[in-house]
Design a protein around this ligand. Structure first.
Ligand code: NDP
Length: 295
């Protein structure tokens, strides 16, 4: 029987734990504060930012959303980052990506105080992850790790194949599962658009993690019988039967792959809810570290 790994179930457990930590912080007069900077009016970014703010409020955290116009200059954005770095009521913040054309994302990320870098995009935080001594974990890879761990999926010594090598999903997921410890200790292979005979690698995966942004790219013949499949892809496709003319699908051909797997994440409802949950976890951790208050 295939097990469906649902982000809402796994995240509900983590939110319950976070609520207790937040209560404790508040009992010591520390309210975790998360700020999100949104530059421009990209519709998808607006939705993500709104959801982050709503989740902060639901958890009883302080939420600050800073909207800046699309014609914001690099200097103005850097000044905002500096202001947030210095604001003691803001324990963590992020600048929503992508930025409008002309703004230097790397420079902005590097200007964020690593102690407040709840997205874990700063090179120093990624370096700490690489050496196995992280302060924060990047949200989507951390969400995948928690899904595996809390679903009781053995990772120790397993062949994990990560499809995709982006800096926010593929590479950090591979590095995380390579670390020593619970829900890790895997033998990791990373494949990407230059990999020859990609299916030779995916077919050997005990755990296949896919993050490429190509609708239903992974078909049943590319998956080993009994594998665990984690689908990070979030792709909007046209669907005339849907009221708004479209729907979300993953990078995995879910309907045909599902029965071959021992466990699989659906899209939507799989990894998606985990990303925001792990961002909240980083914000709580940042508040605990800055205040020295930890339950
Ligand atoms: P990127 O576009 O940054 O990276 C895509 C990666 O996939 C690249 O490494 C690319 O290879 C690789 N790739 C593309 N086409 C192929 C192919 N045909 N065969 C093998 N590899 C391929 O994407 P992200 O990592 O940011 O995101 C991936 C997907 O995950 C997207 O659908 C995104 O929307 C989704 N996502 C979902 C999140 C969630 O919370 N559920 C969070 C973040 C992302 P190369 O490097 O060689 O170009």
């Amino acid at each position: 029987m295939t097990k469906l790994i649902l982000g809402k179930d796994v995240s509900a457990e983590i939110y319950a734990e976070l609520r207790e930590r937040i209560e404790y912080l508040k009992s010591k007069n520390v309210t975790p504060g998360l700020a999100v900077v949104l530059v421009g009016d990209d519709p998808a970014s607006q939705i993500y930012v709104r959801k982050k703010g709503e989740m902060c409020e639901e958890l009883g955290m302080k939420s600050l959303i800073i909207r800046m116009p699309a014609d914001t200059t690099q200097d103005e954005l850097m000044a905002k980052v500096k202001e947030l770095n210095e604001d003691p009521a803001i324990h963590g913040f992020l600048v929503q990506l992508p930025l409008p054309k002309g703004l230097d994302e790397d420079a902005v990320i590097e200007a964020i105080d690593p102690a407040k870098d709840v997205d874990c995009f700063h090179p120093s935080n990624l370096g700490r992850l690489m050496i196995g001594n992280p302060d924060f974990l990047p949200a989507t890879p951390a969400g995948i790790h928690q899904m595996l761990l809390r679903s009781g999926i053995e990772t120790d010594g397993k062949n994990v194949v990560v499809v995709g090598r982006s800096n926010i999903v593929g590479k950090p997921t591979a590095v995380l599962l390579l670390q020593k410890g619970m829900g890790m200790d895997s033998t990791v292979t990373v494949v990407h658009s230059h990999t020859k005979n990609l299916e030779d690698f995916t077919r050997r995966a005990d755990i296949l993690i896919v993050a490429i942004g190509k609708p239903r790219f992974i078909t049943a013949d590319m998956v080993k019988e009994g594998a665990v499949v984690i689908d990070v892809g979030t792709n909007r496709i046209e669907d005339p039967t849907s009221p708004n003319g479209g729907r979300l699908v993953g990078d995995v051909d879910f309907d045909n792959v599902k029965d071959k797997t021992s466990a699989i994440t659906p899209v939507p409802g799989g990894v998606g809810p985990m990303t925001i949950c792990m961002l909240m976890a980083n914000a709580v951790k940042a508040a605990e570290k800055a205040s020295g208050v930890k339950s």
